[in-house]
Each structure stands twice: as C-alpha cells, then as structure tokens.
Design a protein. Structure first.
Length: 160
C-alpha cells in the first residue's frame, strides 16, 4: 500500500501499489523506478489537487467506471460537470489518456443528452486548466463555433 496526500487538509488516500503502478505509468515511475524519494517513502504529495477530484480518479482506477452523474447538482461554477473538466485536467497532467478520454466522453455526452450548452464559465475554465492541443479545448472551440454559426450567441455573449 502507498499513501498519497492532498491539500488543503492533507487528506490521505491509501492505495494498492500494484493496481496504481500497473494502470498509471506516471506512478510506476514514481514508486518503482527508484530514482525518486517517493519510491523509498512509499508516499507522495499532490498539494495542488482537489481531494474530490482525486477521489474520482480512484473510483475510476478501482472500477474503470464513474458513477452516473446528476447534472441537476451542477451550477455554473461547480458540480459534476466542472468536476469532470477537472478530472480531465488531472488525467492530462498524469498523461493518462484513457482517463482523459473517458472523462471528456462523459462530459460531452451529458451536455448532449441534457441539451445543455457549456457555460461561459466552463469555456473559460477549459482554457485556464488545459494546454494547447487539449481535447477539452477543442470541444469548447467546436461548441463555440456551432453557437456562432447557428446565430445562437450575439456580440454581447461573445464579448463576455
């Protein structure tokens, strides 16, 4: 077992090392290659990562799934849809394409199924938390193009 700590309350997650290292090359290098202090201590710290997002990562790690989300619990700035964007960011940081693809697939299918447009906050967040070439950015740009092409957003909405 290994321990991973998150901030702000130094929340501790105890994880099966074999599972974590076999599914995530980032952790394989960290805990098995011997060149890092984490391989000696069998602990790691991710102070910048939200424990709720790390919990979603662990849910996926152990089950290869995420529980269905309830978009009614979403606000413009928080909730399951924003959490999926942040999970995408976390997966991207770990170079874990399988999880990034899974997170964006759930995100896009929920926007589509519930006929929800990504909010202006979501579009801005996607650019703040991802880098160039991101699939999340590409989705937001394609959506924005669609909204403009369909004349659903005017100048005021675009300026905001």
């Amino acid at each position: 077992m290994i321990d991973i700590f998150n901030s702000p309350g130094k929340e501790q997650f105890r994880i099966h090392k074999e599972l974590l290292c076999s599914r995530v090359p980032y952790f394989e290098k960290m805990f098995r290659d011997g060149g890092f202090i984490e391989s000696v201590d069998q602990t790691a710290s991710f102070p910048e990562d939200d424990p709720a997002i790390f919990s979603l990562f662990l849910e996926w790690l152990y089950t290869k799934n995420l529980a269905p989300i309830n978009v009614a619990n979403s606000t413009e700035t928080s909730g399951p849809l924003v959490d999926l964007m942040r999970l995408y960011q976390f997966a991207d940081k770990l170079c874990l394409l399988e999880l990034a693809d899974y997170a964006i697939t759930i995100l896009v299918s929920n926007y589509d199924h519930h006929h929800l447009p990504p909010s202006q906050f979501a579009m801005k967040l996607a650019y703040e938390i991802t880098g160039a070439g991101s699939g999340l950015r590409a989705f937001m740009v394609n959506f924005l193009f669609f909204r403009v092409e369909q004349n659903k957003w005017g100048t005021k909405e675009l300026c905001e």
